[in-house]
Design a protein around this ligand. Sequence first.
Ligand code: OGA
Ligand code: MN
Length: 277
Amino acid sequence: MTVTTAPITPETGIQYTGLHGADLVDPAVARELRTALETHGVVVCREADVDDAELVALSRMLGEVVVAPIGGDTTHPEISAVTLDPTKSDLASYRRSTFYWHIDGTNDAVPQKATLLTAREVAEDGGDTEFANTYAAYDALPDDEKQRIASLRVVHSFKASQLLVTPDPTAKELAAWERVPAREHPLVWTRSTGRKSLLVGATTDHIVGMPADESRALLDHYLDWATQPRFTVRHSWRRGDLVIWDNTGMLHRALPYQPTSRRLMHRTTLIGEEAVA
Ligand code: OGA
Ligand code: MN
């Protein structure tokens, strides 16, 4: 096999070509991809064409794999289908929230470490995926601003993310969203290695102890800051592509596609290895 690699931007993303199917189910390849994930945040394997068993096997070599609580596949409970087609996934009606910049699992104490997404069918229109590097976004802040925000704490809620999709919910919808417990995190996530990132995205509800309008403005400001073109990369899918991202550091979103689109992704998720601190 001839494998070539190319960085996507100097700060974010690396693309591999020439890795296909069973090539990826190899401890040495998995080690390399894990390191690449730490360095580049987003790892693209062009036309990797992994089947479901290979996707699960590779995921297990990269970390501990989440068993999808709902919407999991019957033969491979680790795999969930990401699609807007309700006949293909019980979660289809929630997937429109992927159109907004987010980090997965921000309502959990330990957000998921990484996500693997492979394209079974691509959209005719739209449906690219964008990533924003929140380590780079933090690093680029002026020092005095880093100090000013160092102790801010943010409440994340499922409700905040759903209100973006459905701004006028029914009382029943609202009650269902509010049953999902909210979670408080620092605005700046400091890893045990000392590396820091901005923890923002669709689930930010409010900053603790700040008036609502000021809090909203600041959260919008930091999301806009982190998602400037200089911190982002965009992936245009071909069928068979596999993209892996560091979910703790990469905000991501799908660019809108039609509810009738055939776009279908198979996804696995790795359990988080570090609580937010
Ligand atoms: C996800 C997600 C983006 C996409 O599966 O968590 O955000 O492009 N997907 O489908
Ligand atoms: Mn997501």
